[in-house]
Write a protein that binds this ligand. Structure first.
Ligand code: PEP
Length: 251
């Protein structure tokens, strides 16, 4: 039986006031389920508001969209892992495609961020995914494995059970195109085999949730989640509407 993880990446949407309204509407539809994990990942300004709005719903976790690759210091505008944890985040997205491709985040930065997340009690969701040209050149496997190995450089083999992965093909993010369940399953199997090699344990690799992300909606969620090795969903656009999001997390 799967225990799926549903994570909502709100990107640069939903300020504190809207976050309070979202929570009211969402909680009126989503009752506590012990067989799944729900994570809301707001912009940093809404983190503590969301945590406070969810005080009576500890089953719903809150995450940070990004943390800085250094622990503290003169990095104007940035958020450290320790501050995110102090503000109530339990999870941190690392290496999201927009961080990599819009903000130029390097593979080595993702390793430092994974390490800092773990040191500060945050669960990293390490995101990997290929560009359209890499897919068309049949370099999907090579690309995602390179990104995974680079991120794992910040993780000790005995910490693998403390991370999550997300496979998000860049061509599928916000485009209305999704990987087929079979394609997602294939890539997730590659990632899991790499986790097994790195941790030295197929059992540990099996326990790591690997989420699929890229134009997930309430319509395609079930088929994607049914695919082998797809353990959850990372959702952008469709998570901004509490009605659509409650339909997705009820899949
Ligand atoms: C994302 O930003 O992680 C994402 C998957 O976005 P969307 O669902 O809008 O494609």
């Amino acid at each position: 039986m799967k225990r799926p993880v549903f994570a909502a990446n709100w990107k640069m949407n939903v300020g504190p006031g809207e976050a309070r309204t979202f929570v009211k509407k969402f909680l009126s539809r989503y009752k506590r389920h012990s067989d799944r994990t729900v994570v809301l990942i707001p912009p940093a300004i809404s983190l503590t508001t969301l945590v406070q709005s969810l005080l009576r719903r500890r089953d719903i976790l809150v995450g940070a969209q990004n943390i800085h690759s250094e622990p503290k210091g003169a990095y104007t505008g940035e958020l450290s892992a320790a501050m995110a944890r102090d503000g109530g985040a339990r999870v941190a997205l690392i290496g999201h495609s927009e961080r990599r491709h819009v903000f130029g985040e390097s593979d080595s930065a993702t390793a430092k961020k994974c390490r800092l997340a773990l040191e500060n009690g945050l669960t990293p969701i390490l995101c990997v995914g290929e560009l359209l040209e890499q897919r068309e050149a049949r370099r999907t496997g090579e690309t995602v494995l390179r990104q995974l190995r680079a991120g794992l450089a910040g993780v000790r083999p005995n910490q693998v059970s403390k991370i999550l992965l997300a496979y998000e093909p860049v061509w599928a993010i916000g485009t209305g195109r999704t990987a087929t369940p079979a394609d997602a399953s294939h890539v997730h199997q590659l990632l899991r085999a790499e986790l097994a090699a790195f941790s030295g344990s197929a059992r540990v690799a099996k326990s790591v949730p690997i989420l699929y992300g890229g134009s997930v909606t309430e319509v395609n969620a079930e088929a994607l989640l049914d695919a082998d090795d797809v353990d959850g969903l990372l959702v952008g656009g469709a998570s901004l509407d509490p009605v659509r999001w409650s339909a997705i997390v009820s899949t």
